[in-house]
Design a protein around this ligand. Structure first.
Ligand code: C2E
Ligand code: MG
Ligand code: MG
Length: 741
């Protein structure tokens, strides 16, 4: 019997081994019945509560489920359950649009069946790491989703339970493409702002710097961090405090302003800054912040100054130009008048500058001009203006001079600074200048008129033989106007290279071959056509232009010699004419030397010959001799032109290092007509033989003359019988023809 039943029986005074009486049995049964009733009531109650609890539990479950679903539905990231082998078990949630493959192609597959090998390897590596550490692992990667490159951030963490005996992991993938793009954009913006030349600042109304780019740091000398941490605005320098107050006051009062400020750099020194401030307000109109742009305008200011400078100054020498000179002069004239003082204008034109420029190149010419400029500056006082009007014209404005005597002294001083040769590159250049002077207000009160006068005086100085000065006189203007037409035309001709050399061949009487050429100048006048030397050489000599023309001729001759030598043409000898005035020029030999070097003709100098006339030798014996000797040192030969017309004495001739006599065409003309002239030719030949000189006869027009000259032993002839003077190309053609015969 159950021990509980035994105990109940005992409570009723019953026992199993004793038969109960009727009463005891009834009490016992009542008791049992009552207990059953209570029990069944309890059971019923229990059933009820259990039912109720079950109901509320399933309701709770439903709520939780739908909440979870709502959360997962709203989940932007992709949540995937994987096992430790990388098999996709379930896509738990997320935006399926960012799935690499449609869900059905991913589920149940391993990562390496889904992704490219390299990508799969990276994923697996991260899974392994997460499993090993038990921690979340994060990675970033890119995937092509339907042809579009997207950036992802992946988070992997062990799920903490096993499925089918394998550990599981949760994989959370988030599309961060937009974030990446905005990061890139932000970086780009930062780069732009930091590489901007202009400083950009954003300042709070209480002056705190909210943002500053690198340029602000550069301009101010304070680092971006310093600027942003101090809360003192971007005008940090103690010296800029009052400026800062002022700027703030203006910024608060107006929504935009811009002005130039002298901003102090941390290390001292100021930079001119163009500061533009814009006030940014919120919808309510309250100031939110100020945006400032700081532009360093020092370069702009410098270029501005340079521009101003170059408008009023000569680029090459840095001297004031005509504009500035005239401005100063216009200022000075009334002042000189008021204060009863005298001013002077010295107008300089370098002698034969063009020759140097043309033969040695513009580089040398430019350097020479710069040296001239600095020597002139050295010769003048600080308050005087030395200007360059262009080319080789320099003009000096002397503010205060006692009168013509002091102006002349000044001119002397300037002439003196030209005495030393100018060492340019490897050349020692001897150059002089001609100076015209005019005084104001005595000689004029108009700038333009004064300059004209000084210019006319300068021409007078040139005509008088250069390397000198002239004080302006009325007649200079008149003579200048009268003589100016041809002179001006000649100047123009020099400037525009209207000259041309013709070449007349010379022949050896023994071989009949070309033995040389004489270079003869022609002027291709724009209106008058070809002008012969007789019509302009004497004028050029009298106005002092022959030097310049002569140098041009020599330069051309040098070039021709080099040209023919380079073409390997045996032209024999190339002679050219020197005018009286040229030989009187002490610097002629230097000039010729410069030209020989400059053109590369120096090695061919022995094939070049100077022709000078007798009369010349007699007139300027000493000067001419010196020059002639120097010319001969280069290897050039020397001929006496027009021999027989100048009554040269034997003694004089002996003093010259001559190589050749040129019998004048006057004598040749009379061969066969005038026995006297024939006698002169004979005597000349005898004389020449005595001095061991070669003889050439010019102006040979007939066979008779030729025969006579050959007969008496003349070496060479030149004349229309053989050929007229020819342009270079034709002379060359003739030479080639005769050489090929
Ligand atoms: P020149 O040096 O005595 O030159 C010879 C002149 O005689 C040349 O005249 C030439 O054309 C001319 N001529 C040559 N063959 C004959 C001929 O068979 N018959 C005649 N009637 N004349 C002949 P062009 O070219 O008119 O030159 C005249 C002068 O001008 C030259 O005389 C020379 O003194 C001078 N001249 C020429 N070129 C230059 C130069 O480059 N510099 C200098 N300073 N003077 C030059
Ligand atoms: Mg001649
Ligand atoms: Mg002659």
């Amino acid at each position: 019997m159950h021990k509980k039943l035994i105990r109940q029986l005992e409570k009723q005074g019953l026992s199993a081994d004793r038969v109960p009486d009727h009463e005891q049995w009834r009490v016992f049964l009542d008791e049992v019945s009552a207990r059953y009733r209570t029990l069944s009531r309890r059971v019923k109650r229990l059933e009820r509560t259990t039912r109720e609890q079950l109901g509320s539990f399933s309701r709770l479950e439903e709520t939780l489920q739908s909440r979870l679903e709502a959360i997962l539905y709203a989940f932007p990231d992709l949540l995937i359950l994987l096992d430790e082998d990388g098999v996709n078990l379930e896509i738990l949630a997320g935006d399926r649009d960012i799935l690499y493959r449609p869900a059905h192609k991913m589920l149940g597959r391993r990562l390496d069946e889904i992704f490219e090998p390299e990508q799969a390897r990276v994923f697996m590596e991260v899974l392994r790491r997460a499993l090993a550490s038990g921690q979340m692992e994060i990675l970033e990667y890119e995937l092509d989703i339907r042809g579009e490159k997207r950036h992802f951030e992946g988070r992997v963490l062990p799920a903490g339970y096993e499925l089918g005996g394998k550990r599981t992991l949760l994989y959370l993938a988030r599309d961060i493409t937009d974030r990446k793009e905005s990061e890139a954009q932000r970086r780009l913006l930062d780069n732009v702002l930091d590489s901007a030349n202009e400083g950009i600042v954003i300042v709070a109304p209480d002056r705190r710097v909210l943002y500053a780019n690198e340029a602000v740091a550069r301009i101010t000398g304070y680092s971006v961090e310093e600027l942003m941490s101090a809360g003192e605005g971007f005008l940090r320098h103690p010296e800029d405090q009052s400026l800062c107050d002022e700027v703030c006051a203006i910024a608060h009062a107006s929504d935009h302003f811009s002005r130039e400020i002298p901003l102090h750099h941390r290390n001292g020194g100021t930079t001119p800054i163009l500061l533009s401030l814009n006030t940014i307000r919120n919808a309510a109109g309250a100031i939110e912040y100020f945006v400032g742009v700081l532009a360093d305008v020092s370069e702009i200011k410098k270029t501005q100054q340079q521009l101003e400078h170059s408008a009023t100054h000569d680029v090459l020498t840095g001297l004031p130009n005509r504009l500035l000179f005239e401005e100063r002069l216009t200022h000075l004239i009334p002042r000189a008048q008021r204060e009863r003082r005298t001013g002077a204008i010295l107008f300089l034109d370098l002698d034969r500058f063009k020759m140097i420029n043309d033969s040695l190149g513009h580089g040398v010419g430019d350097e020479l001009l710069q040296m001239v400029a600095s020597r002139l500056m050295g010769a003048c006082r600080g308050q005087d203006t030395v200007a360059r009007f262009g080319g080789d014209e320099f003009v000096i404005l002397v503010e205060d001079c006692a009168g013509s005597a002091q102006a002349s002294a000044m001119a002397e001083k300037i002439l003196a600074v030209f005495r030393e040769p100018f060492r340019v590159q490897s050349y020692d250049l001897n150059i002089s200048t001609s100076i015209g002077i005019t005084l104001f207000p005595q000689q004029g009160r108009q700038a333009e008129q004064l300059l004209k006068q000084a210019d006319a005086a300068m021409y007078a100085a040139k005509a008088a033989g250069r390397n000198g000065y002239r004080l302006f006189a009325r007649e200079y203007l008149e003579s200048a106007i009268a003589g100016l037409t041809l002179e001006n035309e000649l100047r123009h001709a020099i400037e525009h290279e209207e000259f041309e050399l013709y070449y007349q061949p010379q022949y050896s009487l023994s071989s009949g071959r070309i033995s040389g050429f004489e270079a003869l100048i022609r002027w291709n006048h724009p209106q008058r056509g070809l002008v012969m030397p007789g019509a302009f050489i004497p004028v050029a000599e009298s106005v002092g232009l022959i030097d310049e023309i002569g140098l041009w001729v020599f330069q051309q001759v040098c070039r021709q010699v080099v040209d023919w030598a380079q073409k390997d043409l045996d032209f024999g000898r190339l002679s050219f004419n020197l005018s009286q005035r040229q030989l009187m020029e002490t610097s002629l030999a230097d000039m010729f030397m410069t030209l020989l070097e400059g053109t590369g003709a120096l090695p061919h100098a022995r094939r070049m010959e100077c022709e000078i006339t007798e009369s010349l030798i007699i007139k300027q014996l000493d000067v001419a001799l010196k020059t002639i000797h120097r010319l001969k040192e280069t290897g050039m030969t020397l001929a006496i032109d027009d021999f027989g017309t100048g009554h040269s004495s034997l003694i004089n001739l002996k003093r010259f290092p001559l190589d050749r006599l040129k019998i004048d065409r006057e004598f040749v003309r009379d061969i066969g007509r005038d026995k006297n002239d024939e006698g002169i030719i004979n005597a000349t030949l005898a004389l020449a033989q005595g001095f061991e000189l070669e003889v050439i006869a010019e102006g040979v027009e007939s066979e008779l003359q030729k025969a006579f000259l050959k007969e008496i032993g003349c070496h060479e002839i030149q004349g229309f019988l053989m050929s007229e003077p020819l342009p270079a190309a034709e002379a060359e053609r003739l030479l080639r023809e005769t050489l090929s015969k």
